[in-house]
Each structure stands twice: as C-alpha cells, then as structure tokens.
Design a binder for this molecule. Structure first.
Ligand code: UD1
Ligand code: CA
Length: 426
C-alpha cells in the first residue's frame, strides 16, 4: 500500500440499479466472488485511502452488512432518497466534518478501476495544485456519459450530462468517469449550494466544475490512460463484459510474469490469485477468490479452485479436481476427479482418482479439517470423513471410507472381502 498523505474516499452506492433486474442491490453483484463495490474499495485502500465512506440507500442494510464484515476501514452513511449524485456526496459531510485533506469520490459500480490509476490521479491533482480534479476518459461511443466541456485554453469548463447536451456537446468524446478529487475544506461549501435545475431535477455532483470555476478555484481534468477502467456496470451484459476484461487483464499479467496459460479464452483466474513462474494452466480452469500457486505446477485442464488455497511448487492439480480452502505442499499430485476442501496436504502425497474429503456435515452445518501428512498415498475412490488425520507415509487402500485417524506407515483399509459365487451366471 502506498501512502498518499491525507486521503479519504466517498463511494456512491445508493442507486437501485434498475437495469440489473435483481432483488440484490447492484453494487453487490459479483465478479470473481467479490462484489462490485468491494473491488472499488480495495482499489481505494491500496491507493492509501485512510477511510472510505460508502453512501448506501436502496437495500442499504445488505450493503452495510457486507461492508462491515469485509472492509474494516470503511463506514456507511445512508441516503434515504436518491436525489442525485451531488446529494449523495452531501450525505458524507458529517463524517468528513473535521477532515482536512483530499476527498476522492468514486461510483460504486466501476470495478475495473485500479489503485495505480487512483494514485496517478492523486499525484496529478497535487502537482497541478488543483482544488477540484476530475478523471476523464476518451470513448469512441460516449453516449450516456457526462461530457467534459473545455474552453479555448483547454481548461475544463463544465460537465454536461447526456440529457442536457446540445448537438455540439453530444459529439464530445471526452467523458466524465464519475471520479473526482477535492481539496475538501476549500470546496465542501459546494454541497450546501447544490441546485437541481436540470432535465432530471437531480442534484448533480458534476456541477462542481462550473461552480469551482465561478468561485475561482483551480480545476483540472486527468485523462485516464486505459479507458476500460472507467467501465460502469448497469446491466447483466455489462457485468459479463467487466468480468471478461478483468480476467484478460490478469491473464496477461500472469503471462508477463512467466506463467503459461494454454488457452486464455478458456481460462478464468481471479486477480487475487498469484502464480509462480513456469506453472502451466491448462484450458477450462476456473480459479476464484484469493490463492497462491507456486512455481512449476500443472493446473487443469478442467480444474476448479474456489479460493483460500495455497499450493507450493511442483504440484499437479489435474482434471475435474475441485480445491477449496486448502494448503498443498510441494511435489504432491491430485491428478483426477477429486474434491479436497478444508485440508492440509503434505509434500510428495499422491491422491488417487475419485478421492473426496467429506468436510461438511449438512445437519450441524459444520466444516471439519482433513490432515494428510507427507508421503501419504491414497488409493482411488476413497472418502476421508473429516475430522481425520493420515500419518506420514500412510497407505490408504482404494475404495476405503476412512473415519478414524491412520498412523504413520500404516495401511488404512475399510473394504468388504471380495466374494466369488461360482457359476452364478448360469
Ligand atoms: C454519472 C455522472 C456522469 C458520468 C457517469 C459515469 C452525474 C450527474 N453524472 O452519471 O457525468 O459520466 O456517472 O459513470 O453524476 N447514486 C447515489 N445516489 C443518488 C444517485 C446516484 O448513490 O442519488 C450513485 C449510483 O448508485 C451510482 C453512482 O452514484 O453508483 C452514479 O449514479 P448514476 O445514476 O449511475 O449516474 P450516471 O447517470 O451514470
Ligand atoms: Ca452509472
């Protein structure tokens, strides 16, 4: 995490998101198991924000509950009626009453924004001695966005919303991403003077540019290098598109770092997954959540990692293997058709095809741990009923249902003796 001095962020997340057609508030829709607003909050945290104030409204309890559990540096404030983005920001005034620093404002539905860009944006604001800086982007198709209107000297004059644009303004391709940086104590007065004299009768935060210019504050616009980052989610199709962009961005980074991705178009790896050099990821692999995968591993084809997995070097996770909340030490093979969850797996372990850790009791709803020590060999089609521990180099016979611990070097076997009934078929 970088320190950018005294920075706090206000995240706008009170809108309903009508076009999602959902019971769930828009900002809780997920990409790689992580809600949209959570991606924005993580980017702010990584950029050094001291505190994030999230403005919630529609189904606000659901959003607040998620945030209090997952983002300890964030607080929620309520906007009872959604009267516009400017009105939304003014809900954070109380929380920022004595704050004498920079306030970032971001929309809660732009999950692709990176901490890198936020940091560059803050730097730009400071080096320009600006009071109000807006983050803009250039789009081939700017329809729907607020447009950045500049004067003859190329200074930002105002932001005009799509619905308020004249023909000339409608042609402007530089748009407002909805991200702002304010010298809070200097310009917070704007939020007491909000007006709603526009086509939507809403209190627009975007009016702050024209207001700041009129009141002789310094304004500037920072053009986002990669316009994709400002992509906002309003529909399910845009959610899928954001997922695609986020995935591809991470796959490219992993490939740059020395990971082979055999077929990027058929591989999904969460940006919160680190992978070491010379690991090969085969097609149709889906990796969700936070994971660390070592060097020289082979993952997939058709592997599913569900998060909280740590895999050391030279491990093989083969086809139709599902892994969840597990630690796997080096040189271990889980080659086919297995489920390993809530497990600690040692090094040089071989887990045979069709091995299942029965980690969940659906009556008590409890999850229990399986410990598999170094050098264990597990025969095919074994069920390990947790909690259970297999000692070093233990050997489990194929087809066993293991409910009790097995000691080091021992054979564990629960199998009916084979019968042969002579001439049965005749
Ligand atoms: C806004 C900007 C527009 C910009 C675009 C970028 C305004 C007036 N317009 O338009 O210039 O190009 O974002 O995506 O700001 N929200 C609240 N409370 C409200 C209204 C909105 O919390 O009363 C939240 C929404 O949940 C959303 C964000 O603010 O996260 C933006 O609101 P939205 O209605 O989507 O604004 P746009 O029309 O997209
Ligand atoms: Ca929007």
């Amino acid at each position: 995490m970088k320190t950018n001095g005294n920075v706090k962020a206000v995240i706008l997340a009170a809108g309903k998101g009508t076009r999602m057609k959902s019971e769930k508030p828009k900002v809780l829709h997920e990409i790689f198991n992580k809600p949209l607003v959570s991606w924005v909050l993580s980017a702010c945290e990584d950029a050094g924000s001291l505190e994030n104030i999230v403005v919630v409204g529609h189904k606000g309890e659901m959003v607040s509950e998620f945030i209090s559990k997952n983002h300890p540096k964030s607080v929620c404030v309520e906007q009872k009626e959604q009267l516009g983005t400017g009105h939304a920001v003014s809900m954070a005034k109380e929380a920022l009453k004595d704050f004498d620093g920079l306030v970032l404002i971001l929309n809660g539905d732009i999950p692709l924004i990176t901490s890198d860009s936020i940091q560059k944006f803050l730097e730009f604001h400071k080096t320009n001695n600006s009071d109000v800086t807006i983050m803009s982007a250039v789009f081939d198709n700017p329809f729907g966005y607020g447009r950045i209107v500049r004067d003859e000297k190329n200074n930002v004059k105002e932001i005009v919303e799509q619905k308020d644009c004249n023909d000339l303004q409608g042609k402007i391709q530089e748009i407002n991403t909805g991200t702002y940086c304010l010298n809070w104590q200097k310009v917070k007065r704007f939020f007491d003077e909000l007006k709603n004299n526009n086509s939507q009768n809403e209190y627009y935060v975007t009016d702050i540019i024209a207001w700041a210019n009129e009141n002789s504050f310094k304004t500037a616009a920072y053009v986002l290098e990669n316009a994709d980052e400002s992509f906002g989610i309003n529909s399910r199709a845009q959610l899928a598109e954001a997922f695609r962009i986020m995935n591809l961005r991470h796959l490219n980074k992993l490939m740059d770092e020395g990971v082979t991705i055999v077929s990027p178009e058929n591989t999904q790896i969460s940006p919160e997954t680190e992978i070491g050099e010379d690991t090969i990821v085969f097609p149709n692999t889906f990796i969700n959540g936070k994971n660390i995968i070592g060097k020289n591993c082979k993952i997939g084809p058709f592997a599913h990692l569900r998060g909280n997995c740590t895999i050391e070097d030279f491990v093989k996770i083969g086809n139709f293997v599902e892994l969840k909340k597990s630690y796997v030490k080096s040189h271990t093979n889980i080659s086919h058709l297995s489920y390993v969850g809530d497990a600690k797996v040692g090094s040089n372990v071989n887990i045979g095809a069709g091995t299942i850790t029965a980690n969940y009791n659906s009556i008590t709803k409890e999850k229990k741990e399986t410990i598999i020590n170094d050098g264990v060999s597990i025969g095919s089609n074994t069920v390990l009923v947790a909690p259970v521990e297999l000692g070093e180099k233990a050997f489990i016979a194929a087809g066993s249902v293991i409910t009790k611990d097995v000691g080091a070097n021992a054979l564990g076997l629960t199998r009916c003796p084979q019968k042969e009934i002579k001439n049965y078929v005749k």
